[in-house]
Write a protein that binds this ligand. Structure first.
Ligand code: COA
Length: 267
């Protein structure tokens, strides 16, 4: 019997198998654009997945073969005409993406086509990005008279550095998968037919490790990037020390010495 469970959301498809949850943003006719309904569904689902005991890793992709996510929904954006409302629009998306970035469980973005605007920002909020050969990344907001509002000015700059992030954000140009790999925006590029299988293999590999080690490593990486080296090293030593008191640490070291596979319980 397959262990996958499927739940119905208005704008997302979602399944769980082997401790890996896979989310598809599911508006292919609008290139999976992030409407407020998508953000509401994502907030609800991510909040749930962060605490579910049967999930250790999450993969996010887009439905169809053309787009991961082609940005915030421009039809909704076009209705904005009030600075307070506009600020709240940005903060709403930022809050959902921060829920992803601060998750104790890793999120892998499997970018299967256009990742523009909010789509690029969604991928940037994930901890690992892989993509198909046809993927295109970009922050084209200046073409619409706005700037990235779901974290792009901050996370793209942290991932790519100031020079390239400024190039992308000011020109609105698209970066192809080859350049994305060269510049470290993605970890791997594969043909589209292999993308989800690669994402799931990576997810299952990570899910087989000690969950507290994974969440501690994520915390040190995500929080450490905005800290001084002294603070980051302090955090790393603190988490390292805590992990030496975990059952999983004793299981991992015993399993190594006994030449068997460890059975990690997340304790
Ligand atoms: N918001 C709302 N609808 C969008 C959208 C978005 N961000 N991106 C694409 N769509 C819709 C199109 O309006 C079209 O809908 P329709 O068939 O009802 O007219 C459908 O998705 C297909 O898109 P289309 O533009 O016809 O596909 P294309 O292959 O010609 O171009 C893109 C693909 C990605 C280059 C183009 O859709 C695009 O530039 N999208 C907007 C990207 C953007 O600016 N994102 C940042 C928003 S802040």
């Amino acid at each position: 019997m397959p262990s996958a469970t499927t739940f119905e959301y208005q704008t997302l498809k979602y399944s769980i198998d082997s401790s890996v949850a896979t989310i598809s943003i599911d508006r292919p006719e609008k290139l999976n654009a992030l409407s407020s309904a998508v953000l509401d569904d994502l907030r609800h689902l991510v909040t749930d997945l962060r605490v579910r005991e049967d999930v250790r890793v999450v993969v996010i992709t887009g439905s169809g073969e053309k787009a991961f996510v082609a940005g915030a929904d421009i039809a909704e954006l076009a209705a904005l005409n009030d600075s307070e409302e506009g600020r709240e629009f940005a903060q709403n998306g930022q809050a959902v993406f921060s829920l992803i970035e601060s998750s104790p469980k890793p999120f892998i973005a499997a970018v299967n086509g256009f990742a523009l605007g909010g789509g690029c920002e969604l991928a940037l909020a994930c901890h690992i990005r892989i993509c198909s050969e046809n993927a295109k990344f970009g922050q084209p907001e200046v073409n619409l008279g706005i700037i990235p509002g779901y974290g792009g000015t901050q996370r793209l700059t942290r991932v790519l550095g100031r020079t390239l992030a400024t190039d992308l954000i000011l020109t609105g140009r698209q970066m192809d998968s080859r350049e994305a790999l060269e510049q470290g925006l993605v970890a791997r590029v594969v043909p589209q037919s292999e993308l989800l299988a690669l994402a799931k293999t990576m997810a299952v590999t990570i899910a087989s490790k000690a969950p507290m080690a994974i969440s501690s490593a994520l915390e040190c990486i995500v929080e450490g990037i905005d800290e001084s080296i002294e603070e980051g090293l302090g955090r790393e030593a603190e988490r390292f020390g805590q992990l030496t008191t975990s059952s999983d640490f004793h299981e991992g070291t015993s399993a190594f010495l006994q030449k068997r596979k460890p059975d990690f319980q997340g304790k």
